[in-house]
Design a protein around this ligand. Structure first.
Ligand code: HEM
Length: 146
């Protein structure tokens, strides 16, 4: 037996839990026409793998994400995409449904579920990089040329 501390990753159910969560999430993305358009690749499989490896690493699992992708720098990696309030809410809706499913399937401890959800909401707000009313305020500024 090892004395190594149990990580949140292990407590959450390890690889099978994250595989279910992220797979379900991407099923939601595939079914959401606004989100689906934002993902550049035809095949969502590689994106699914990147998010899964990132979340596993973040919660104390294997460091494979950084071995393959380097430092996460997630805000920078999201800069090419226009993530406004609506996109964020759709992303979170899909994640909420995926988490409900994965939680039931893997018997996730409710305290861990709360911790994970709190993190995901905070991270999704941090990734929002486009104000919803940007277009409108731009127009108003140029409304009266004199
Ligand atoms: C707020 C709404 C969000 C939207 C609309 C969004 C959208 C996207 C898109 C379009 C990509 C590119 C697909 C790819 O190449 O992998 C991507 C990548 C990624 N996203 Fe998000 N994202 C959001 C929030 C988040 C959050 C909250 C996290 C983490 C908790 C996250 C983690 C990632 C990761 C790890 C990648 C792959 C980065 C890489 O290694 O290239 N995203 N996201």
């Amino acid at each position: 037996m090892s004395d190594a501390p149990v990580t949140p990753y292990q407590e959450m159910g390890g690889a099978p839990f994250f595989a279910t969560l992220v797979h379900r999430f991407y099923e939601g993305v595939a079914a959401d026409e606004v989100l689906r358009r934002m993902y550049p690749e035809d095949d969502l499989g590689p994106a699914e793998e990147r998010l899964r490896l990132f979340l596993e690493q973040y919660w104390g699992g294997p460091g494979t994400y950084s071995e393959l992708r380097g430092h996460p720098r997630l805000r920078m990696r999201h800069a090419p995409y226009r993530i406004d309030d609506a996109a964020r809410e759709r992303w979170l809706d899909s994640m909420r449904r995926a988490l409900d499913h994965a939680m039931a399937e893997h018997d996730l401890d409710p305290a861990r579920e709360q911790e994970l959800w709190h993190y995901l909401v905070g991270a999704a707000f941090a990734m929002t990089n486009t104000a919803t009313d940007e277009g409108t305020s731009g127009l108003l500024m140029h409304e009266n040329p004199r």
